[in-house]
Structures are given as structure tokens and as C-alpha cells.
Design a protein around this ligand. Structure first.
Ligand SMILES: [Zn+2]
Length: 491
């Protein structure tokens, strides 16, 4: 299989590739060369989900983080006309050449060559290939004064080792403070793979400065959870999201490793049973060896905090992801949640959003909900950029790598500090929304989810459009609206 991104680096050709279509051969953007990059302008989550289903059907490469109403996609030129008819002015063509666009704004991964004048921090100035990242891990662990161990926790579909770096502080026994952080279940989220290496580097540095920092505490990083997918994304398909499962010889490969979990595996929210879908949930819960590896790691001992790191959107998502209902421990979950938020925002003044699926929309069978089954708190980080348009989405400019990694590290430190001393001074309970948001003359709300429910015979409107809203099940509804929809009314 051609691995031109990596090969190009070793031949010193990356710089010319970076400048544009070079004719030198294939890279991870080639399959998008000459294909239009489309931007959809959706007002509401329901419209967005509908558009995403349409893009799935057309087998476009859809590039939403599933967490905002922004949507970019790359489609075959032949499919654009029908999309234009369907979406009219809500659709714009950002670039006629998506491959060239991302090649020039984000670039390809490179090896790292040490030498005179090269600073250690330079490592984070460019995307690094999978092999370069694993080599860096080995170097970091070897230089960590015996505080870290590099362990194989499983093997990928194609047989590549899956690595974890374990920091087990003196005095730790199972049941004591434990934080597990996994990175890059989704390979196209390259900044996440970089942030994973950064976290290992910074933990070693912190332990050098304060050797007993992790006393009675275990912290485990799994910095590259999807090796096959990562390499595929670096060599052949920059926007690859799934693993490389062959799905019994189906023409479409891969299972979404963030839809392959319990609770609510194969549930209705943001999932698909179609093997060609980017959110295909697999043949069974935990069917994939990568999922199994992370599950086993989590199962080794109780986990207080599990962080599942993704990009993009600048978000910290609290459990549950699979349902709109408030987690029964939500007030306690919000304590470390808001500490992480504060920490991440304080690094560069970059704003992040904190919330559960009540603030966004649900997703079934996702990884961070799993530790919730045994009492742990599982959060999703969505790193930089905040926005796909201008920010680059999954392929941001390389100058985002270091600040994004620094913010992620700050969030991890906050999680570790809280876990070492898990005080719970719950802030005032968040939503369900106060009843005053619902006009009793017109509505019955809030219901158990904090939604308002229009009285019989009345329909919910947001602004001037009807049926703008979500029901408690996260579906489009003409009757319910979320408490955050301040402009909703029953007519
Ligand atoms: Zn992701």
C-alpha cells in the first residue's frame, strides 16, 4: 500500500507537497483532489442530522464533529447539482478542490529530524507520522526515570500493537485514584494524536519537578488507539474516521470505535447499522479489538475519571452522551468538569463549552459513557479548532497543534488533581430549566427532561419556524422544546 505521506518525508519532499499538488505521487489528500468542498448552513440540530443522513446516503465525506450546526462535506462533483437543488442558498462551495485546499492549509505529517539548533518543542510544530509518534513515546518513556512504563494493551485489526503509557505512583492500589485518557479513536483528528504525546512528555516533566506528584494515583494514557486508521489517514484518506475492519468483505470498511460500546450500543442516536456509514456501530458491542483493548484497560481497576479525547469544537462533554436525561450524579460530575473547563480556558484565553447532551444532542454507544456503568465519570474532550470553517475542522493549520496540546494537558492536570482529592461541593443544580421559562398558559413544561411541552392543540415555534425543536428523545418534534430555546413559544 503506498504510504506517500511518510515516504515523502523521508525523501525530504514534504515541503514541496505542502505547497500544493506536486505531481510527485499520491498523498493522503489525493482522493479529494478536484472534488468540491461544501459548506452547509443549518440553523437547527434537526436539520443538521437530516443533512448528515443525506450525505451518508450519497457517500460523501461528511466532516462535522457531531456537536454543532456547522457542516462541511466533500462530495463527488456529480452529486453537487442535486445537493444544490436540495439545499439552495444553504449550501456554498468553499473550494472546487478540497484536496488542494487542505494540503495547502494543513499539510502532511512528517518525521522529526533532530540536530543542531532543533528544539524539543519543534516536535509540535508539524504533524508527525504515526511511526514518529510511537518512536517519540519510546524515547519519552525511556527518559522518564523509571516513572512510566510502555505497555501493549492489545492489537489492531491489522495486527499493530496498541500502546499505553502507565504512570503508577508509589502506594497506589486498585481502588485508589485512577485516571485513564485515550486519544485518537478517530484517526482524522490528528491534533489529538499530537496532544497524546504531549501529555506523556509533560507528565514526565511534572514528575521530574515533583517526584511524588502521583503518589497513590495511577494515570494511564493510550495515545494512539487506532493505529491502522491513523496510518490510513496519513497515507491514503486524510478524513478517515473508523478502524480498518473489513466488515466481512463488504466494499465499505471500518467500524466507528466511538459507537461500538455499551451502554446503548446500536441505539438510535447518531449511529448507523450501514457498514458504509462513518458512524457504523459494528457487529456487536465491543466487537472491535481496539475497543476491547481500551475496555480491558478501563476494567483493570476502578476509574474515577476517563477522558476520551477528540477534535474539534472546543468542548468538554459530560455524561450521559446516549440520553438527554440528566446523569443522577450530574452535580458531582460538574465539579471536575468545570475545573477542567477553567483550566483549559486559562491557558490561552480560548473559550470552551461545557455541557452534556442536553446542550447538544445524544449519541448512542459512545466510549466515554462506558465507565459510567461502574460509577466513573467519563468525559469527551473536543480539542481545537473551535470551528471548522476558518479553523480547518479536522485539518487545522499546524500552528494549532501546540496550543491545542497545551489546553488538553491543562484539562488532564485538572482531572488528575480532582481525582487525587475528589471534593464534591456541587454547584447549584443546572437545568432542568426553571418553570418560569415555560409559559403556563401555553405549555405543560418543564417535563422530566426540562423540556417544555405545548398544551394540546398548540404547536411549538422557534422564531418564525415551526417544529424547530427536539423532543426528550432527541428527535424532531413539533411539540417540545429545550429550555435553552429562549425564543420558543406555543401557538
Ligand atoms: Zn472524534
Amino acid at each position: 500500500m503506498p504510504r506517500f505521506c511518510a515516504l515523502a518525508t523521508s525523501l525530504g519532499m514534504a515541503a514541496s507537497l505542502r505547497k500544493g499538488k506536486s505531481g510527485l505521487g499520491k498523498d493522503c489528500y489525493t482522493m479529494y483532489d478536484g472534488k468540491p468542498l461544501l459548506e452547509f448552513h443549518m440553523q437547527k440540530p434537526a436539520e443538521l442530522l437530516e443533512a448528515m443522513a443525506k450525505l451518508d446516503e450519497l457517500e460523501c465525506t461528511e466532516m462535522s464533529g457531531y456537536h454543532s450546526t456547522e457542516l462541511l462535506a466533500i462530495c463527488e462533483t456529480a452529486k453537487v447539482a442535486s445537493l444544490k437543488r436540495l439545499y439552495g442558498r444553504n449550501l456554498t462551495v468553499v473550494s472546487e478542490d478540497a484536496g488542494g485546499f487542505y494540503r495547502s492549509t494543513s499539510g502532511v505529517p512528517e518525521a522529526f529530524v533532530d540536530g543542531p539548533g532543533v528544539q524539543a518543542a519543534d516536535w509540535y510544530l508539524r504533524w508527525r507520522t504515526y511511526e514518529t509518534r510511537i518512536a517519540k513515546l519510546e524515547t519519552l518513556v525511556a527518559a522518564c526515570d523509571g516513572k512510566a512504563s510502555l505497555e501493549q494493551i492489545g492489537a489492531s485489526v491489522e495486527g499493530r500493537p496498541i500502546w499505553a503509557v502507565r504512570f503508577r505512583g508509589a502506594g497506589w492500589t486498585p481502588g485508589a485514584a485512577r485516571v485513564v485518557v485515550d486519544f485518537e479513536l478517530h484517526p482524522r483528528e490528528w491534533i489529538v494524536g499530537m496532544a497524546g504525546i504531549y501529555a506523556v512528555e509533560k507528565t514526565c516533566e511534572a514528575l521530574r519537578a515533583q517526584p511524588d506528584w502521583l503518589a497513590n494515583t495511577e494515570v494511564v494514557f493510550a495515545p494512539a488507539m487506532n493505529p491502522d486508521g491513523s496510518i490510513w489517514s496519513e497515507t491514503d484518506n486524510r478524513m478517515w474516521r473508523k478502524n480498518r475492519a473489513d466488515n466481512n468483505g463488504n466494499r465499505c470498511k471500518g467500524v466507528d470505535l466511538n459507537r461500538n460500546w455499551d451502554p446503548d450500543w446500536a441505539g438510535r442516536e447518531s449511529t448507523s447499522g450501514s457498514k458504509c456509514s462513518d458512524v457504523y456501530y459494528g457487529s456487536a458491542a465491543f466487537s472491535e479489538p481496539e475497543t476491547q483493548a481500551l475496555k480491558n484497560l478501563l476494567d483493570e481497576a476502578p476509574v474515577q475519571i476517563h477522558l476520551d479525547v477528540h477534535s474539534f469544537g472546543n468542548l468538554i462533554l459530560a455524561p450521559w452522551s446516549y440520553k438527554m436525561e440528566f446523569h443522577e450524579q450530574r452535580a458531582a460530575i460538574d465539579v471536575p468538569g468545570k475545573l477542567m473547563l477553567e483550566a483549559m480556558e486559562s491557558v490561552h484565553g480560548e473559550s470552551y463549552t461545557y455541557g452534556g447532551s442536553e446542550a447538544l444532542y445524544p449519541a448512542s454507544g459512545v466510549c466515554p459513557d462506558y465507565v459510567g456503568l461502574s460509577g466513573g465519570f467519563g468525559y469527551t474532550f473536543e480539542l481545537r479548532p473551535k470551528s471548522r470553517w476558518g479553523g480547518g475542522g479536522f485539518a487545522p493549520p499546524e500552528d494549532q497543534i501546540l496550543p491545542g496540546s497545551e489546553e488538553c494537558w491543562a484539562g488532564i492536570v485538572a482531572a488528575i488533581e480532582w481525582t487525587k482529592n475528589p471534593y464534591t461541593t456541587p454547584p447549584p443544580p443546572p437545568t432542568p430549566a426553571p418553570p418560569t421559562l415555560c409559559d403556563p398558559a401555553f405549555s405543560n413544561g418543564p417535563d422530566s427532561d426540562g423540556d417544555c411541552d405545548c398544551n394540546s392543540g398548540l404547536t411549538c415555534y422557534e422564531g418564525s419556524s415551526r417544529g424547530c425543536t427536539f423532543s426528550s428523545a432527541g428527535r424532531t418534534s413539533t411539540r417540545y422544546f429545550l429550555p435553552s430555546c429562549a425564543t420558543c413559544s406555543c401557538k
